[in-house]
Design a protein around this ligand. Structure first.
Ligand SMILES: NC(=O)c1ccc[n+]([C@@H]2O[C@H](COP(=O)([O-])OP(=O)(O)OC[C@H]3O[C@@H](n4cnc5c(N)ncnc54)[C@H](OP(=O)(O)O)[C@@H]3O)[C@@H](O)[C@H]2O)c1
Length: 479
């Protein structure tokens, strides 16, 4: 039987990663991933799929990725870009559509956001424009354009916000936007729609709005509390500006200011389904209730089975860990060497892989926490992203205010700093013979960069030596 050839773009992102896993289980599909950094693709998948490296601004790479493809998923956005994300999204979607047509692709499947133009936030407007561009040449290619509101799944930004607020605050004063109606959907249901879209009979261009029950953010927080066995009270206040609400979310939840502001902006207007195409075209899919979606997300977290998180991708103009695996441009270094004689290298590697997140950074938790709080105060991630999985890391994973830039089994772990810094920094762990070599690499930006380094040096002296020693100690205990 001839297999359907499918291209997934955004395969290192929140939805794309999960869709890849879902479609891999399908014997009649042959998958190709279009990614900006192939090392972000997990080890197992690397052997099961074709991978083309590139981005949608590179037409040659697009042509290569789309060769012989039947169905192409567009799961990309540029919301994380410092530059004008709207223009990037426009160019990206035009390039993609034109390359699909040139390659003879039968169908584009796109996932955008729910909502109408008249009241859309600027991010949603860009998602709508992307959909319009992708479906702008109906005579040449069919586009199935799904539109989803809040997606509930482990690691999704909206779910993390709801979970954090419900868990941490028994009583909440909440702004007016918490009463805005939206139509959440479980991530598994989103994947079911995307999966079924591959074999959907010829419909021509179609917009499919997806969602379960209509609810407000307030109802979602109360329901999430109930699922977690927590009784919550929400007291509405008439005045709490979007900016203040965003700062509030940054303080209580794990998301950074930019994301909180986008979410609050989005919640100012209703995002509910405008058509019934989901029920008409996909009658077998019955979206689960909000409560079931929350239960499923919590179960995944508790079982350490979070497949993807909102912070996996950079969704900016470039991948955030590409070209980050070589810290040789640094000009200042702090090197610590600890003997690990008699300990198998895999134990030392395992011990390195388990740092950070809920467990912390060994002894000087309070110093790490102060650094995290300082970072959050200036708009960084702080320590709040934690880690996806307590034992396992993959390239591209967020680890508190670091990102995993390189992993070489039993040899090397390289973290690239994403904290707000006057320079660039890395933390490298190498296992060489019977030694653990831990090096902090730093490239200062001008005088401020140097001053920062020397001002923080006393703390580095405490923290870095302790970290290296504790990693070895933990490895020895586990040996
Ligand atoms: N997540 C949600 O809650 C949600 C809700 C409603 C709708 N949606 C829609 O679902 C779609 C996917 O969202 P997501 O949450 O999965 O996004 P995401 O996690 O931010 O992932 C974005 C992906 O796009 C890749 N990418 C960005 N720019 C690219 C470019 N120019 N060329 C190639 N790859 C590029 C990123 O690669 P890197 O890994 O290299 O950065 C990453 O894999 C979006 O259209 C979004 O609007 C999502």
């Amino acid at each position: 039987m001839v297999k359907t050839k499918i291209l997934i773009t955004g395969a290192t992102g929140y939805i794309g990663r999960r869709l890849k896993n879902r479609l891999l289980a399908h014997p009649d599909y042959q998958l190709r991933l279009f990614v900006r950094n192939k090392r972000k693709v997990g080890e197992r998948a690397r052997h099961l799929v074709e991978i083309v490296e590139g981005d949608t601004f590179n037409k040659d790479a697009l042509a290569e990725a789309l060769e012989n493809i039947d169905v192409a998923f567009y799961l990309i956005h540029s919301m994380g870009a410092d530059k004008d994300f709207k223009s990037l999204d426009r160019i990206s979607s035009e390039n993609f559509r034109d390359a699909c047509i040139a390659a003879g692709v039968r169908k584009i499947v796109y996932l955008g956001g729910l909502g109408v133009k008249e009241t859309a936030s600027k991010h949603l407007l860009s998602r709508i424009e992307t959909g319009e561009i992708l479906s702008g040449r109906p005579d040449d290619i069919t586009t199935i354009w799904f539109r989803a509101g809040v997606i509930i799944g482990s690691g999704s930004a909206s779910f993390e916000i709801i979970r954090n607020l419900s868990q941490k605050l028994p009583v909440m004063v909440a702004p007016r936007w918490v009463n805005t109606k939206t139509q959440p959907i479980a991530v598994d249901d989103v994947l079911s729609y995307l999966e079924e879209a591959v074999s959907l009979e010829n419909t021509g261009n179609t917009v499919v709005d997806i969602g379960a029950d209509i609810m407000s953010f307030r109802e979602m927080m109360l329901a999430a509390g109930r699922v977690m066995g927590l009784k919550r009270f929400i007291i509405p206040v008439p005045v709490l500006s979007p900016k203040l609400s965003s700062y509030w979310l940054v303080l209580i939840t794990t998301v950074p200011f930019k994301m909180a502001a986008a979410l609050v902006e989005g919640l100012k207007s209703e995002t509910v389904k405008q058509n019934d195409n989901a029920a008409l075209l996909f009658p077998n899919i019955k979206p689960m209730s909000f409560e079931s979606a929350v239960q499923q997300a919590i179960a995944e977290i508790e079982k350490d089975q979070v497949v993807s998180r909102w912070c996996d991708s950079s969704a900016g103009e470039a991948c955030d860990v590409i070209y980050q695996d070589d810290p040789s441009s640094a000009i200042i270094r702090d090197r610590r060497v600890v003997s690990c004689e008699g300990i198998p290298p895999e134990k030392v590697y395992w011990s390195i892989l388990s740092i950070g997140g809920d467990k912390g950074w060994h002894t000087y938790h309070f110093l790490w926490r102060i650094r995290g709080a300082m970072d959050k105060a200036v708009g960084g991630y702080g320590l709040s992203r934690g880690r996806r999985n307590p034992k396992e890391l993959r390239v591209g994973d967020a680890l508190d205010f670091w990102k995993v830039a390189d992993l070489k089994e039993n040899k090397r772990v390289l973290l690239s700093a994403q904290m707000k810094l006057p320079g660039k920094a890395w933390l490298e762990f190498s296992i060489e013979g019977d030694q653990l070599i831990q090096t902090a690499h730093y490239y200062p930006n001008g005088l401020w960069g140097r001053l920062y380094w020397y001002a923080t040096n006393p703390f580095h002296n405490l923290v870095f030596q302790d970290l290296a020693e504790k990693i070895v100690e933990q490895a020895r205990q586990g040996a």
